[in-house]
Design a protein. Structure first.
Lengths: 763, 209
């Protein structure tokens, strides 16, 4: 069968390009044709693999697990012999291998027409399932790259672009899903989010970043809202009285981010006037593009630049850059038309009447419905299990939008869909519609509504099955939901498949991130338990890891923690406050027995992950053989390092950042020494000797390199060693970051130990 | 572009993304989760004559694709659309040949998978498929919108493909006008054994190189 360009040469033949030529904006037509031409040039070998990879990422065309053409089937790693042979779509990325298409939905705002369009492309080019992400995007999986240009055309015809959904660019601009209807917001931030997304899309000053860039808008300071603290730019709407007039502006933050080592954003300006929003964003982009790290990807996010310069110097640079910017009418054009983005409610509102009690309706109303600021209307949240829905379900929701609310639908970062402007009196009918579509779960924003990234299901970086665990937790917690009191019922659980925090585990009440451990000679999936996070206050605090628990014991961890909280909390005490008061040492004691792994002969299920019958392994890491030790000296050393790290956390909890940082570095030394003694058995304990020997035998040889993060974790060790030697001052924030980096270094040491093949199979 | 793959006079290429679904007999006997290790085992042992890639679990989604066995050429799913459980195979990558050839090819792949599931020892005979009812869909809104014109254009090829395996039985084909994609509901008065249909399709299926 010919290529798309062959087809286009037949003038009578129907193509999506021709079908939609009147419906796709001209600039998007050109953009998609450029991408299509790039695909053809890549087929002819005219574009380098890495260059093409960045090109397609900037169109949201992403890779998926096993796209290197290899897959461990539980017995061995096998080659996936795709017909495309040696043709690649990126470094070590096979052309025919299924990929993921990320689709940005700015501020999560969807129209009914867009929902229908998305449903169609999911059915035709994917597996009929749409996944809502933790950044208000959709993701479609198992997509072939050849299908992506037509998919983009059809999305463009309904006003959706996939441009800059991935890559080193400004990603989706997110906003609170209640913007415009919230009872506590300063003002509706929707038009500002929309204008920012439009302004920065393809902007020349936003094309030379060393890493991705994320922006979020909130209308409230004290709710979770847009989670501005964890974004590169976070803007909280605020109003100030200037003279006799009220002026709109933003409490403006920069340099936040989760990832492997989370940073809280820093206050850039307590009141950035609304007309300075876009030029300031542009100036920040210029500074980031000019001064941000480009070679070391591990340090290339804006948060590292802000930390390195300090907020005052960073601000100074941005303000200077601002004065250099040529005027751009787009900075303020949108301010004259702020209400063009307003929802148009389909029906006029009525005050609440006594509802008709129906089976399940009352429970659903309690959890999934909140009153809007506008009298007579509510926001009804549709819970999507693991963020997934079928094309048919999305069409059903489109129909409900047309019937009940108009185009007033928002996706949420908790992987649900919120319908605003539902008349209170329409709720029973709305609920029946959801019931018919299988979308009437009464659990939005509750402990049952577990957020999870794709993890090992489809992500190349996944270590453990976040979705498998989340599914199990949902099932068990759903069965027990009636037993929980309100405090427990409202806890937030978030799961990431690895340390990169796409599941936003740092900001959860109870967070988990996937790791692996060697136990009894075999690899076992585990999750780090993260406590102390705060979702409110725009992700006001980040949790820290307490201990690593085998994946199959995580549900029991949740049971223990929730039961302890129910029994022991003081009046009005949040879960984070409770864990802080009790102390991590005590919490760890509660969970200690759950950290162990039974022998393979007793419970082989521990050695596979949730929902995956294969024996667990880290990607394609092979299993080696060793002489007869069940617990090697390396294991002992790594366990000692973990104990030391826990001690560091305890010191931080006791407001001793200097002590915490010192102990954290000791933990790193223990881990490094444990590994290095396999090469230098006589290695002493002195830091200089350990660092030097580790560098020679593990860093320079690349044995310690992570397959994807490369030398990132070793660089933490060397940098902290230099900081310790120079006696650099340690603040609480620096101590916290050092603890995070130590945790990651220890995880990397575990993974390295596994790769080194010191495994035996014991009965 | 091969001339034989064009539908003459209509300005349309042959439709793509053909799928066939055979419904389960006694679906209440099936625990969908049990298919996850089965499909992983098929990958490990190359059970189907096609490149198998991965397994995806969507059993948490209402009336969804259930458990999917991802192949390079298409998707096998224990599909629960409209609340009716059955094995669905959808061809995702382009094929050569006439439409009838392509439908036979898809039928063949579906029947092969159905046979393997019926034989799967770990499922202890819980899976049996009805053969007196088949759902054919073409998820190609460009070349096969769900309308009467498409039905008129394609019905001969569809009938030819089904006729080749149902023999002399007077099969009935009804277009489902309520669906978003072109959908034919095929029914036969008798349920021929799965092995019979499978053998017949092997005898007639041979896509051009």
């Amino acid at each position: 069968m010919g290529t798309s360009t062959d087809i286009e040469e037949i003038p009578t033949l129907r193509t999506w390009r021709r079908q939609l030529e009147d419906r796709v904006p001209e600039h998007l037509v050109r953009e998609i044709e450029v991408f299509e031409a790039q695909i053809e040039r890549k087929r002819r070998g005219e574009i380098d693999d890495a260059v093409f990879a960045e090109m397609r990422l900037r169109r949201g065309v992403y890779g998926q697990r096993y796209d290197n053409g290899r897959r461990n089937d539980g017995d061995r790693t096998r080659e996936l012999n795709y017909p495309s042979g040696d043709l690649m779509k990126g470094p070590d990325t096979v052309w025919d291998a299924p990929g993921m298409q990320r689709i940005k939905i700015p501020f999560g705002g969807l129209t009914a027409e867009q929902m229908d369009g998305l449903a169609d492309v999911a059915e035709e080019y994917s597996d009929g399932i749409l996944h809502v992400t933790t950044r208000q995007d959709f993701q479609l999986h198992f997509v072939h790259i050849d299908d992506t240009p037509d998919m983009m055309r059809r999305l463009a015809a309904v006003g959706i672009t996939t441009r800059e959904a991935c890559g080193n660019v400004v990603r989706n601009v997110t906003a609170c899903p209640l913007a415009g209807v919230c009872r506590t917001e300063s003002f509706d931030v929707t038009p500002y989010a929309k204008a920012t997304a439009a302004f920065l899309l393809g902007h020349p000053d936003a094309q030379e970043f060393g890493r991705k860039f994320k922006i979020a808008f909130s209308g409230c300071k004290h709710e979770a809202c847009g989670l501005t603290s964890m974004h590169d730019i976070g803007a909280i709407g605020t109003v100030r009285t200037v003279g006799a007039a009220e002026r709109r502006g933003f409490e403006f933050y920069v340099g936040g981010g989760l990832g492997a080592v989370p940073h809280q954003a820093k206050l850039f300006d307590p009141f950035l006037p609304e007309d300075e929003l876009l030029p300031t964003c542009q100036a920040i982009c210029r500074v980031f593009a000019r001064l941000g790290e480009k070679k070391n990807r591990a340090r290339a996010r804006l948060k590292f630049l802000v930390a390195k310069l300090g907020i005052d110097e960073f601000r100074s640079l941005v303000l200077e850059e601002r004065t250099n910017l040529p005027d751009d009418p787009r900075w303020t054009d949108f301010l004259g038309d702020l209400h063009s983005a307003d929802d148009q409610p389909l029906h006029s509102g009525f005050t609440r009447s006594n509802g008709d009690p129906r089976n399940g309706f009352d429970a659903w109303r309690t959890t999934n419905v909140i009153a809007q600021r506008q009298q007579g209307y509510v926001v009804a949240t549709v819970s999507l299990p693991l963020g997934d829905l079928t094309s048919q379900q999305l069409r059903a929701l489109a129909g409900m939008a047309r019937q009940f609310t108009g185009d007033a639908v928002r996706m949420t970062v908790e992987q649900n869909i919120a319908f605003r402007w539902v008349r209170d009196t329409d709720l029973p009918g709305f609920y029946e519609g959801l019931n018919a579509a299988g979308l009437a779960s009464a659990d939005a924003g509750t402990i049952v509504d577990v957020t999870a990234c794709p993890g090992t299901d489809t992500c190349k970086l996944g270590i453990a099955s976040s979705r498998g665990l989340a599914s199990e937790l949902r099932k068990r917690l759903g069965a027990r939901a009636a037993q929980f009191d309100e405090a427990v019922g409202n806890l937030r659980i978030k799961v990431s498949g690895c340390f990169n925090s796409c599941g936003q585990h740092h900001a959860a009440d109870i967070g988990f991130w996937g790791v692996s451990r060697k136990r009894n000679g075999r690899a076992v999936p585990h999750f780090q338990v993260v406590l102390g996070g705060q979702w409110a206050e725009n992700a006001g605090a980040y949790g820290l890891a307490v201990c690593a628990v085998p994946s199959k014991n995580v549900p029991a961890v949740v049971d223990r923690l929730t039961e302890a909280y129910m029994r022991q909390r003081e009046k009005g005490e949040s879960f984070a406050a409770y864990t802080k008061r009790v102390g991590k040492a005590k919490v760890r004691t509660i969970l200690e027995d759950l950290c162990s792994v039974p022998a393979y002969s007793e419970a082989a299920s521990y050695y596979s992950d949730w929902g995956d019958p294969r024996e667990f392994s880290i990607g394609d890491m092979g299993v080696g053989e060793c002489a007869g030790q069940v617990v090697s000296p390396v294991d002992f050393g790594l366990q000692a390092s973990e104990r030391e790290l826990f001690g560091a956390q305890d010191r931080l909890d006791k407001n001793d950042p200097g002590g915490a940082a010192e102990i954290a570095f000791r933990a790193m030394l223990l881990a490094a020494r444990a590994l290095t003694r396999t090469r230098v058995p006589e290695l002493g304990e002195h830091a200089d000797d350990v660092v030097a020997a580790f560098k020679i035998h593990f860093h320079d040889t690349r044995i310690f390199h992570d397959p994807f993060a490369k030398g990132k974790f070793a660089s933490y060790f060397f940098r902290i060693y230099d900081e310790v030697k120079s006696k650099a001052p340690v603040t609480t924030e620096i101590a916290r970051q050092r603890l995070e980096e130590t945790q990651l270094f220890i995880e990397a040491a575990h993974a390295c130990h596994l790769r080194m093949g010191y495994e035996i199979h014991t009965a | 572009m091969s001339g034989s793959s064009l539908s003459p006079g209509h300005g349309q290429a042959l439709p793509t993304r053909i799928s066939v679904k055979f419904f389960m007999d006694q679906p209440e006997l099936v625990n969908q989760k049990a298919l996850i290790p089965v499909f992983h085992g098929w990958i490990r042992h190359d059970v189907l004559e096609t490149l198998l890639v991965d397994v995806a679990d969507y059993t948490h989604v209402h009336h969804g694709p259930g458990v999917i066995l991802v192949a390079h050429e298409g998707l096998y799913s224990m599909d629960e659309s409209d609340g009716r459980l059955g094995l669905r195979y959808e061809q995702k990558r382009p094929m050569a040949g006439t439409l009838a050839d392509q439908i036979r090819h898809v039928l063949g792949k579906t029947l092969a998978a159905c046979r393997e599931l019926e034989r799967e020892q770990s499922l202890k005979g819980a899976i049996r498929f009805r053969t007196d009812e088949v759902l054919l869909q073409i998820t190609d809104r460009l070349n096969a919108p769900n309308d009467d014109e498409t039905f008129r254009r394609l019905q001969h090829d569809v009938a030819s493909a089904f006729g080749g395996i149902y023999g002399d039985q007077p099969i009935r084909m009804e277009r489902d006008t309520n669906r978003s994609v072109f959908t034919i509901h095929m029914t036969a008065p008798e349920a021929a054994p799965l092995e019979t249909l499978s053998d017949r399709i092997r005898n007639v299926t041979a896509l051009p190189p």
